[in-house]
Design a protein around this ligand. Structure first.
Ligand code: HEC
Length: 109
């Protein structure tokens, strides 16, 4: 009985640790977006030069290919999805690893 309880407990701990790891670190994303100059053109809840991050998250909700698509877009820049104003390329100024974190953070809004 005791062993079974211990197994269940360690299983629960493992699952909660994995969940914590998968969750997006919003504070880290905030700081990174400021440091990477994204906030010069974007705001969370209103359109500036680029779309509001809340609108981006809404547009791609439920789209499993969104992360890969947006990582490429943020790296290379481009226009035509939200209007005619282009986003300049952010790569290589912002590292690939940081862009992945930023896109996950944008999609979590
Ligand atoms: C000079 C202004 C500018 C900067 C700096 C900028 N963006 Fe953008 N961003 C834009 C514009 C304009 C668009 C809309 C492009 C379009 O219509 O296709 C956009 C679109 C986006 C989109 C949505 C793309 C799509 O295809 O739906 C994401 C995500 C995004 N930006 C993230 C970022 C991140 C992360 C950074 C910082 C590393 C950043 N942007 C820096 C102007 C900017």
């Amino acid at each position: 009985m005791k062993l079974r309880y211990a197994l269940v407990l360690s299983g629960t701990l493992l699952i909660s640790m994995q969940t914590a790891q998968a969750a997006v670190d919003m504070a880290k994303g905030d700081a990174l977006a400021k440091a990477s100059n994204c906030m010069a053109c974007h705001a969370i809840d209103r359109k500036l030069v680029g779309p509001a991050y809340q609108d981006v998250a809404k547009k791609y909700k439920g789209d499993n290919s969104a992360e890969a698509k947006l990582v490429k877009k943020v790296k290379e820049g481009g226009s035509g999805v939200w209007g005619q104003i282009p986003m300049p390329a952010n790569s290589p100024k912002v590292s690939d690893a940081d862009i992945k974190i930023l896109v996950e953070w944008v999609l979590a809004h």
